[in-house]
Design a binder for this molecule. Structure first.
Ligand code: KIV
Ligand code: ZN
Length: 567
């Protein structure tokens, strides 16, 4: 008996015969035309479709971004879609340079309803489609290719004739072969040639749009590009058509598929903001556009306030944007790891010093685009968790409170923040970072509470200072007097009368915070402790000497609490 041969469940899609393909050697140098299908493909896939008022808000947002082709509805599919189209037209809500689009299947009664929805419009694109794959023909429509072709041609003729009855309106045609990437290429070409001939009015000025979708991403992007190049090369009247692409993201490669399709000759792209759409969504136009923008290509779309756009779309769709979604995700302009934080901070500083160094305006480690171009802030660049480095922590404190920590102190502060982040087992906010810094270095708990320090120059030798310290030690008030060759040394001598540990003051640093009458002094004082550990204290006061002595008391409190008093 012959052995049974199991049919494999999956197999590779058949590659396209195109040995002399040109697209791999091409470069994208210009922007495609953009078409938003948020309000149709995107909306139909929302768990809670948009209400008419929400749709209008979304429409206005798309216009503000700069979309000139906006598919607003499937007017024959629902009363809401029909009425929304009417509302835009009757209330004159469509900007003069925007073509709205209505989608219709190639079926007579649906076309009629769609054309009815567009009555009185200045300009519009009727978007007719039908699936061309054998899978659809056999399993869904029970139809053969000649019957499909006949139906398509009749539908285009119907649209043409109805459009002719609207002489005041500039009606253009878009035709899509749904499941193009699963269809026979020669048949697609034959169908499009027939559509072109039937429409009969395409010109370079008013081209017919052929949209060739990857309705389901079944092929790798290079094969999609091959199909697009093949179509562009073989279509008879290339200069009278626009080749448009429409990629869904089933295999996560919609962006790549779209970009390779541009290389292969596509001039227009359909997609949605943040990739809303059926299943895994349509291609994310925010990513496609900003990829081009980041390569110096003017796109005509304005994402300079991406946060506002993202917030609006999140609110309307009730679907949160993934935190790592390129350009729009919460984390995309952040660096958690210390080495990244350090490199970004150095890179930005150097870039500001020498902007032309790399022959371009922006080149920074770990950031391929300037967050400011999307309305994002540098402040949000550095996020703090247990992996964060000392540079990152220091920059958060500097950006939030204007304190420049001495280099030698940064590791100590990082350790303190790391401990906090480990303890709470999560990222810590800027406020939490500063609070922890203040608790540990400015006002640490300990035995000493300084009440006042009065340094006074000697009556005969002003280089000699007599100091009087009022301090509470373990709850008991204590007064001490001591001398020194400066106010700080007098203070240290006084404190050594209270605590005779063998500590010394290393170099200390002072800065001022703020300007004018309200300016304050901040002192960072490192104590070298008996066990040779160096520990910082920080003091803030309107007076420089008072700031320094507060810093010494803070460091001593830390020393006592952590018991570094012995060798
Ligand atoms: O994905 C698709 O093929 C579509 C068509 C209707 C253009 O959305
Ligand atoms: Zn689609």
């Amino acid at each position: 008996m012959a052995p049974k041969i199991a049919t494999p469940k999956y197999s590779s899609p058949k590659p396209i015969e195109l040995p002399d393909r040109k697209w791999p050697n091409n470069t994208i140098t210009t922007s495609p035309q953009w078409c938003s299908v948020d309000l149709r493909d995107g909306n139909q896939a929302l768990p809670n479709p948009l209400t008419p008022d929400q749709k209008l808000r979304y429409f206005n947002l798309l216009c503000d971004i700069g979309f000139k082709h906006i598919e607003v509805a499937f007017p024959s599919a629902s009363a809401d879609d029909f009425n929304f189209t009417r509302r835009l037209i009757e209330q004159k809500l469509i900007p003069d340079d925007v073509f709205i689009m209505g989608l219709t299947q190639c079926r007579s009664h649906l076309i009629e309803k769609t054309m009815e929805s567009l009555q009185g419009i200045d300009r519009a694109i009727v978007h007719a489609y039908y699936a061309s794959s054998d899978l659809h023909l056999q399993q869904v429509f029970s139809m053969d290719r000649p019957a499909l072709l006949k139906m398509i041609v009749e539908s285009i003729a119907q649209i043409r004739d109805l459009a002719a009855k609207m002489p005041q309106s500039d009606i253009r045609l878009e035709f899509s072969l749904e499941e193009f990437t699963d269809s026979d290429l020669s048949f697609c070409l034959e169908a499009c040639e027939a559509v072109f001939e039937t429409w009969g009015q395409a010109s370079p000025e008013k081209p017919l749009i052929f949209n060739l979708p990857a309705t389901v991403e079944r092929r790798p992007p290079n094969q999609y590009a091959d199909m697009i190049e093949w179509f562009c090369r073989n279509f008879s009247q290339r200069d009278r058509i626009i080749v448009s692409v429409h990629s869904h993201n089933d295999q996560g490669m919609a962006i790549a598929a779209t970009e390779l399709a541009f290389l292969a000759g596509a001039q227009r792209v359909e997609g949605t903001l943040f990739g809303h759409g059926e299943r895994t969504g349509n291609v994310d136009l925010v990513v496609v556009a900003n990829n081009l923008y980041s390569r110096g290509i003017e796109t005509g779309l304005d994402f300079s306030n991406l946060e506002h756009i993202a917030n609006t779309v999140e609110e309307l769709t009730q679907i949160p944007i993934y935190s790592r979604q390129p350009y729009s995700g919460e984390y995309v302009f952040t660096a958690f790891s210390g080495s990244h934080q350090d490199a970004i901070a150095k890179g930005i500083k150097k870039l500001n010093q020498a902007p032309d160094k790399f022959g371009m305006g922006w080149k920074v480690p770990y950031l391929h685009i300037d967050p400011a171009d999307l309305g994002r802030k540098y402040e949000s660049l550095i996020r703090i968790n247990s992996q964060s480095g000392k540079g990152g922590v220091a920059s958060v404190i500097e950006q939030s409170h204007g304190l420049t920590l001495p280099k030698a102190m940064q590791a100590e502060v990082r350790n303190c923040i790391q401990e906090l982040s480990d303890r709470v087992a999560r990222e810590v906010s800027t406020d939490e970072v500063y609070q922890a810094f203040e608790n540990e270095f400015v006002n640490p708990q300990g035995p000493y509470e300084l009440k006042g320090y009065w340094p006074r120059p000697d009556d005969n030798d002003p280089t000699q200072i007599h100091g009087e310290i009022k301090i509470v030690v373990n709850g008991q008030p204590v007064n001490v007097v001591a001398d020194g060759n400066g106010p700080i040394s007098a203070f240290v001598h006084g404190m050594k009368k209270i605590n005779n540990s063998d500590f010394t003051i290393e170099d200390y640093e002072e800065q001022s915070i703020g300007k004018g009458a309200d300016a304050k002094a901040i002192a960072y004082v490192p104590l070298r402790l008996p066990d040779d550990v160096v520990m910082f204290g920080v003091g803030i006061d309107t007076n420089i000497v008072q700031a320094a002595v507060r810093a010494i008391v803070a460091a001593m409190n830390r020393m006592m609490r952590q018991d570094h008093t012995k060798k």
